[in-house]
Ligand binder design. Structure first.
Ligand code: PLP
Length: 367
């Protein structure tokens, strides 16, 4: 039963459509199961314990996080196990990892250097625990990850020999898939990732270090699971819960699958433009190469063309119905993960009725 109508919610507000979220979860979880892939969803998208719990209920084996602080929030909600998919480097991280392990949390870490392996081993030692490790391979994004080659075997062996660590296998994030110009380009990125991971796995097998896990990300992968066949064992989609304009424009979801938007009000009207009460503090500054900062739901001829902190500039094509002063619009952002991180709470709706309000408890956990 609805509590109140969305009309009464102050703006700007993060709005989540529950039916669409459920459909997104069911679809991807079913497809992963059919493909024999273990799901470890990346929780950085929703940062909300109730959604992480739902992902586990629907068959996820564990939860991926980027930050220890995110894992702490989810652990406090009784959830886990965790994959910290971020290199932990330095004494402070070792201590915090030890604190997390000391509460009984099961933790795996992805890393790309002996220094990070030492940090994780020190955390494991302090807590008297063992930590599973995935060695991250750079499959073309050129962010983190060991360059494919003998260095991957060397680091895997280092991890294998290090007390407190258990070498589990390989991981990769080919995030550059969203920058590919077309579908053939996107598939090319995924095939290159598969080829590199296959080669690295064979090399490890030859050296007696058979990886149990080969983990890949994300929502673009989830939409093209056939490209992962034969090498991936684990999948880490994050954005699939909500989707966003970037995922839509890459053909990795349908318009019906867009579950989250920012509700804004038109606060100023001019001849050729209007202003809404959400700027970069509501939409983040994440751009898209096609221009614009979001997709105005139900009003495809309106474009969010410019942002300052608290103002969003809407423009429209000749002949389009301009927005009215006071009109409320729902705008799907380019990148939902950075947007979610800007809001304390989200309004969960069915249709136009608010069913519940939930806290984005792991927002701002940048450590
Ligand atoms: C390491 C890693 N894995 C998985 C994901 C999830 O990818 P997506 O948000 O496309 O679902 C991300 C997203 O940034 C990531 O950085």
């Amino acid at each position: 039963m609805g509590m109140w109508s969305l009309d009464r919610v102050d703006t700007p507000a993060l709005v989540v459509d529950l039916d669409t979220v459920e459909r997104n979860l069911h679809r991807v979880h079913r497809q992963a199961q059919e493909a024999g892939l273990a799901l470890w969803p990346h929780t950085k998208t929703h940062k909300a314990p109730w959604l992480a719990r739902r992902q586990l209920e629907l068959g996820a084996r564990g939860l991926t996080v980027a930050k220890l602080g995110e894992a702490e929030v989810l652990r406090d909600a009784g959830l886990g196990p965790f994959l910290v998919h971020y290199p932990l480097v330095g004494e402070t991280k070792a201590r915090r990892l030890a604190d997390l392990l000391a509460t009984g949390a099961q933790v795996q870490v992805a890393l790309d250097s002996p220094q990070a392996a030492d940090t994780v081993a020190e955390g494991a030692r302090q807590a008297g625990a063992e930590v599973g490790v995935l060695v991250e391979v750079d499959t073309g994004m050129h962010r983190v990850g060991v360059a494919p080659g003998p260095q991957v075997v060397e680091l895997s062996r280092y991890v294998h020999r290090r007390p407190g660590l258990r070498f589990l296998g390989l991981t990769s994030y080919a995030g550059h898939v969203s920058a590919a110009p077309d579908e053939e380009g996107r598939r090319q990125v995924l095939r290159q990732e598969r080829e590199i991971l296959q080669r690295m796995r064979h090399e490890l097998e030859r050296q007696g270090l058979t990886p149990q896990v080969v983990s890949v990300g994300g929502t673009h992968h989830a939409a093209r699971m056939e490209e992962l066949a034969g090498v991936a064992t684990h999948l880490r989609p994050g954005t699939y819960v909500y989707n966003d304009r970037t995922i839509l424009l890459a053909g990795s979801c349908r318009e019906d699958d867009l579950a989250a938007s920012v509700l804004v009000t038109v606060v100023s009207r001019h001849d050729r433009w209007a202003v809404v009460d959400g700027g970069s503090k509501a939409f983040s500054s994440d751009a898209h190469r096609e221009g614009g900062y979001g997709l105005v739901m139900g009003r495809p001829k309106l474009r969010l063309t410019r942002l300052s902190e608290e103002h969003g500039i809407l423009e429209w094509e000749d002949g389009a119905e301009p927005p009215r002063l006071g009109e409320r619009l729902r705008i799907v952002p380019n990148h939902i993960c950075t947007v979610v991180n800007l809001f304390d709470r989200a309004w969960a709706v069915r249709g136009e009725e608010v069913e519940r309000v939930f806290a984005v408890s792991a927002r701002g956990k940048s450590q």
